[in-house]
Write a protein that binds this ligand. Structure first.
Ligand code: GTP
Ligand code: MG
Length: 315
């Protein structure tokens, strides 16, 4: 049974009656001249007498919190002793959602929340505020105006949404499993001092592989999933594979010193033969490697900046 206690907003009772008809649930109402506490009391009494198993009391909501209204809610709670007190939070309201939750939780005590308007373009950070401020769970979400748009809340989906559909936590976990911190520091020093060579590049490539496919890693980065096409990823992976087989055909001297290759066409030809590619491809690898190295140096932080970081040339 639905109990209509919003006597303040003119159309609220009619709205509930319409909803009740639509979902075939009885609505208890006493018009708008009776005190809401009294309506709630009589509603629950009638429901009990009729053997109704679930009663939802629809109370008045206001964005600006009003003291009289809060006192009325507290009274309804005291008289009815509800199993649940659910606060409906509009996820589009941002910081206001946090204030609303705080006031309601402090003054009334909620047992959970319903987060609506998630069909809008908000990420739903309000979910975090509600949980942090009240410690109570979100039980349902609204993703549209129809009744079916009220759905159970799934925390993992919400987390993905807030993170922009990425899964940064999984990526961080994976990286921590695979990366040796001491090794990573050594690598950074090498990059900064321009000693980063083909051996290091090979190590990095292998590390990337142990973490999964390029596509898999990209998908875990917020926003990247959509930015990079499947085709680009395939090209990137093929390029890495090609680079790996060329590096495998280099002598250890050549791996440490890419300049040797830049200067010597005969060395490049030998590597091309060994790896099963043409000399131009080896030249390209060497020149791209040198370009990358100088970019890393210029940036000085070890992070690749500018164009090299946009995934267009995944070397
Ligand atoms: N798009 C969208 N609209 C929603 C959602 N939830 C509610 N609405 C719409 O928002 C408007 C207000 O909904 P109500 O259910 O009247 O909100 P309320 O919190 O009871 O508001 P008051 O009774 O004035 O306190 C209606 O037009 C709803 O259809 C949602 O999840 N998505
Ligand atoms: Mg309402």
């Amino acid at each position: 049974m639905l109990v209509a206690t919003d006597v303040y907003r003119p159309a609220a009772i009619d709205q509930l009656i319409t909803l009740g008809k639509q979902i075939d649930v009885p609505v208890f109402e006493l018009g708008s001249d009776v005190n809401p506490v009294e309506i709630a009391r009589q509603g629950v009494e009638k429901a009990k007498a009729e053997g109704v198993n679930t009663v939802i009391i629809d109370t008045a909501g206001r964005l600006q919190i009003d003291q009289d209204m809060m006192a009325e809610l507290a009274q309804i709670k005291q008289i009815v002793q509800p199993d649940e007190v659910l606060l409906v939070v509009d996820s589009m309201t941002g910081q206001e959602a946090a204030n609303l939750t705080r006031t309601f939780h402090e003054q009334i005590g909620i047992t959970g929340a319903i987060l609506t308007k998630l069909d809008g373009d908000t990420r739903g950070g309000a979910a975090l505020s509600v949980r942090r401020i009240s410690g109570q769970p979100i039980k349902f979400v609204g993703v549209g105006e129809k009744v079916e748009a009220l759905q159970p809340f799934y925390p993992d989906r919400m987390a993905s949404r807030i993170l922009g559909m990425g899964d940064v936590l999984t990526l961080v976990e994976k990286a921590q499993e695979e990366v040796d911190l001491a090794e990573a520091e050594k690598m950074q020093e090498k990059i900064l001092s321009a000693q980063f060579d083909f051996t290091d590049f090979l190590k990095q490539t292998r590390l990337l592989k142990t973490m999964g496919s390029l596509g898999g890693i990209m998908k875990m980065l917020p926003g990247m999933g959509k930015m990079v096409s499947a085709e680009q990823l395939e090209q990137g992976e093929a390029k890495l594979k090609r680079a790996e087989s060329m590096i495998n055909s280099m002598t250890s001297e050549e791996r440490k010193n890419p300049d040797l290759l830049a200067k010597s066409p005969s060395r490049r030809r030998r590597i091309a033969r060994g790896a099963g590619y043409g000399e131009p491809e080896v030249s390209q690898l060497v020149s791209e490697f040198q370009k990358m190295r100088s970019l890393m140096q210029r940036d000085g932080s070890g992070r690749v900046s500018g164009d090299a970081g946009n995934g267009r040339e995944p070397l």
